[in-house]
Design a protein around this ligand. Structure first.
Ligand code: NAP
Length: 249
């Protein structure tokens, strides 16, 4: 059991996959979780599951690609919650394609949803955290941002950007005991990867590059993320933790 002192967390992309696993893992540790996703149905389902299991959660549908919507949601949340101590920037999308075939719209959609959203949330939720002199921010990056990945120029750039943002904010917030770290998952079984995880030929090819020779589980990413949010991780900041079966050694 990790130590959490009556904390509240905001998890983006909490409706499905890795974000849902993070929300549920934190809730099991006694953390109150604000579950954000694009659709009200998916964040509502996660919040309902947490509540049914005896935890505390609130669902909030916000399009993280919309800076004004994030500002409005943050303002309301900061009135409702005396403190939001933990921020998990997890919402993300892919729009894959080789560079010469990638449209500007696909570039912009991925950068805005995956990276610019972190800028907005961290600016708004991070400020009261620094005032309170305790906080945890975890950005869910990707092995693609660490190693690069053909067909993912937009996604790799966004994820590498999250890593740069993580290291810079770790330095900016350190004197306020707010830690900022990144988790870089490899191939995890979620809706995002279902297309090739369920394709035997594509799977076999991918797994050749994974030393542990299997896909990861959302719970395995959530376990690392929850640790980074705990009291016990207070001396860790500005780091990137790969949860990738050994891909990016
Ligand atoms: P997923 O199953 O596709 O779930 C994505 C979640 O993000 C959903 O809850 C979705 O909301 C939310 N989301 C997407 N766009 C949003 C928007 N504009 N506004 C608000 N919420 C939005 O994805 P996942 O596989 O769990 O991935 C989670 C994170 O891990 C992403 O940042 C992804 O890049 C990263 N990652 C994943 C893998 C992997 O192998 N799966 C590997 C490395 C990194 P709705 O439910 O409302 O649609």
């Amino acid at each position: 059991m990790l130590t959490f002192k009556n904390r509240t967390a905001l998890v983006t992309g909490a409706g499905r996959g890795i974000g849902r696993a993070i929300a549920e893992t934190l809730a099991r540790q006694g953390v109150t979780v604000i579950c954000v996703s694009k659709s009200a149905e998916s964040c509502g389902a996660t919040a309902a599951a947490i509540t049914a299991a005896g935890g505390r959660a609130k669902a909030l549908a916000v399009d993280v690609a919309d800076g004004a919507a994030i500002a409005k949601a943050s303002e309301e949340l900061l009135k409702e919650f005396p403190a939001i101590d933990i921020l998990i920037n997890n919402a993300g999308i892919t729009r894959d394609g080789l560079l010469f075939r990638m449209s500007e719209a696909d570039w912009n959609d991925v950068l805005t949803t995956n990276l610019t959203s972190c800028f907005h949330w961290t600016k708004l939720i991070g400020r009261p955290m620094t005032r309170a002199r305790w906080g945890r921010i975890v950005n869910i990056a990707s092995v693609s941002g660490v190693m690069g990945n053909a067909g993912q120029a937009n996604y790799s750039a966004a994820k590498a950007g999250m890593i740069g943002l993580t290291k810079t904010l770790a330095r900016e917030f350190a004197t306020r005991s707010v830690t900022v770290n990144a988790v870089a998952p490899g191939f995890i079984k979620t809706d995002m990867t279902a297309g090739f995880v369920e394709n035997a030929e594509a799977s076999a090819k991918i797994l050749e590059a994974v030393p542990l020779r299997r896909f990861g589980e959302s719970a395995e990413v959530a376990a690392m993320t929850a640790f980074l949010c705990s009291e016990e991780a207070g001396y860790i900041t500005g780091q990137v933790f790969n949860v990738d079966g050994g891909m990016a050694m």
